[in-house]
Design a protein around this ligand. Structure first.
Ligand SMILES: *Cc1c(COP(=O)(O)O)cnc(C)c1O
Length: 392
């Protein structure tokens, strides 16, 4: 079969990303392409940088959108901060911490992994012990582990990392735009994100930001960055005043990100965070009424990524394919050791809406009933409605 024109099915994206996209973002991406040095595009770049600073809550000069997905942002941060033989501590409590160690090892770092079981997070003491022992140049942590649904607190850990003279690198791919990310207040030295999670833009760009200390460490390098494409000393010449050609920026992706950031800031970050919490709360009430529990302890649960235990006797694949094929809803399965054990229900950005929560609960109930589950008809939807009513 050949696709004569692209006409994808309509889906409700409630998985671990990509999330739903506002029609205005898609419309912006369909605008005419201009040159990558066109004054119009240069203004788009300036405004993207300025809006990214607002979303990251930073004054960092070096704040821009790397061409590539979130993993390119991860790699850009790691390869620019690390030189062969540098020591790095990475917190691994899920798939993305694991990916960070792989990236760092490929860049020649001497990596020390600290580990917590999937679904748990690191304490200040866990990190303090490791930095005392290793004396690393960089400590890497994942703020919102999309593979497990757990939220890593950072503010106190940042103090411990800096007291040891190290730089703090944080993965904010899933948290940015859905939870407070305070780059300056928490003194995060380098952070990366992606466009397709809570910023609700298609995948393709990776917002990054580097503190003055991180830039100083990059300027003090004695070896070239191992990646030509992601070498920030060159990329910054294009995003900065020189506008020196490095690579052709994905023009229309930047249009899309510009519109997505504008929508986020128009809504207001605090309002947006509250919306994510409210829909998370209603979903949780509905799931509880269907007898479904979270795989992460209360207080560490991500509002945008609800990781829940698949009830005993329920067929994971069947439920997810029925959700997709009959109801048009995509959710995620478990990753790594959680495969077959959890569902990951995303309420990211545009997808974090009351109608999605109610439709999903009704659809899930139908799936469970079809498998002979003992669910009280309508219990999930009723509990979510009650939670919304109580949260007016
Ligand atoms: C999605 C994600 C990534 C990887 O981003 P891609 O856009 O898939 O390359 C990295 N870290 C976290 C926490 C993520 O959720």
């Amino acid at each position: 079969m050949t696709i004569e024109f692209v006409n994808p099915p309509r889906r409700i994206l409630m998985g671990p990303g990509p999330s739903e996209i506002h029609p205005r973002v898609l419309a912006a991406m369909a605008a005419p392409t201009v040159g990558h040095l066109d004054p119009y595009f240069l203004q788009i770049m300036d405004e993207v940088q300025s809006m990214l600073r607002q979303v990251f809550r930073t004054r960092n000069e070096m704040t821009l959108a790397v061409s590539g997905t979130g993993s390119a942002g991860m790699e850009a941060c790691v390869v620019n901060l690390i030189e062969r033989g540098d020591r790095m501590v990475v917190g691994v409590n899920g798939v993305f911490g694991g990916r960070m160690t792989d990236t760092a090892e490929r860049a020649g770092a001497e990596v020390t992994r600290i580990e917590r079981p999937f679904g748990e997070v690191f304490s200040v003491d866990d990190v303090a012990e490791a930095v005392d022992r290793v004396q690393p140049k960089v400590v890497g942590l994942v703020h919102a582990e999309t593979s497990t649904g757990a939220l890593q607190p950072l503010e106190e850990i940042s103090r411990v990392v800096h007291d040891a003279g190290a730089l703090l690198l944080v993965d904010c791919v899933t948290s940015l735009g859905g939870l407070p990310v305070e780059i300056d207040k928490w003194q995060v030295d380098a952070a990366y994100s992606g466009t397709q999670k809570c910023l609700s833009c298609p995948p393709g760009l990776a917002p990054v930001t580097f503190s003055a200390n991180a830039v100083e460490a990059m300027d003090a390098r004695t070896s070239k960055v191992q990646s030509w494409y992601l070498d920030m000393s060159m990329v910054r010449q294009y995003w900065g005043e020189n506008r020196a050609y490095h690579h052709t920026a994905p023009i229309n992706m930047n249009y899309g990100l510009h519109e997505a950031l504008r929508l986020a800031l128009d809504e207001g970050l605090e309002t947006r965070f509250a919306r994510h919490q409210r829909n998370h709360g209603a979903l949780k009430a509905g799931l509880a009424a269907l007898g479904i529990r979270y795989s992460v302890a209360e207080g560490m649960q991500l509002p945008m990524l609800n990781s829940v235990l698949i009830p005993d006797g329920v067929n994971d694949g069947e439920v997810r394919s029925t959700l997709l094929n009959r109801f048009g809803i995509e959710i995620g399965g478990g990753l790594g050791p959680m495969k077959g054990k959890t569902w990951r229900i995303g309420l990211m950005g545009e997808a974090s809406r009351e109608p999605n929560v109610l439709l999903f609960l009704a659809a899930l109930e139908a799936c469970l009933a079809a498998q002979g589950g003992a669910v009280v008809p309508g219990a999930g939807v009723a509990a979510a409605n009650a939670a919304y009513a109580a949260d007016k």
